[in-house]
Write a new protein. Sequence first.
Length: 253
Amino acid sequence: MALKYYHAEPAANSLKSMIPLFEKGLEFESVYVDLHKFEQHSEWFIAINPEGQVPVLDHDGAIITHTTVINEYLEDVFPDVPLRPRDPVGAARMRYWNKFIDEHVMNHVSMHGWHRMVGVLARGIESGEFEALMERIPLPDQRKKWADARSGFSEEQLAHATAKVEYAIDKVEGALGESEWLAGDNYTLADINFFSHCGMFVDRMFPEMEVTTRAPRMTAWKERMLARPGVKEALAMPDHTNPALRTFTGEAR
Ligand SMILES: N[C@@H](CCC(=O)N[C@@H](CS)C(=O)NCC(=O)O)C(=O)O
């Protein structure tokens, strides 16, 4: 049994499938893909994932992509440490949250991240070289996202994304008034999903939202997440982000 995990920094999608690997105590070979050097669009990586995105799980040669799919796969193959409720209603609740986060949270937080970080990176690339890099991106939506990040997302796009993030925070805060974890009494893949894409850094990314006062239950939940052994191990993985691009507060450097 050999597991290989291709990933970038421990944040967002790369973190989301790394946490279950650690929670389940699985041994895996970590393969770092350097997004700053566009390795995700290089020939060797496209041969593994034709969509040119991380993360990717290789299990004995079977290639699994997309974090929610990877996490359910890990659950099916390695169920001993469960991160999905075993009863169908609990599993449905968890999947409801995963669908909500994948469709209504992830891309909106990501737009702000790209605006602040990838935009700076993309604007640092000479015209001509940038267009050549764009040609190597297999997914048309992703090509557009890179181009938008370079020119800067519009105020309207960013305001819409902010409203989606605020809606998600309030929804999560409400749910945590009903149960300790998002999908009920147990820590599940839904918590891991929301933490990786939003809960882990939303207070730093949007200080004007005053998240700690607006969402005290979510703030306490974040501490419970940070105390999880798998979360600790995943967050301790190397972070090669160029410090000049680590601008969660958005100041130009
Ligand atoms: N739906 C995919 C999204 C993967 C994704 O957006 N990965 C990002 C990193 S967080 C990526 O590879 N970005 C680089 C690029 O698209 O050029 C998943 O859940 O795995």
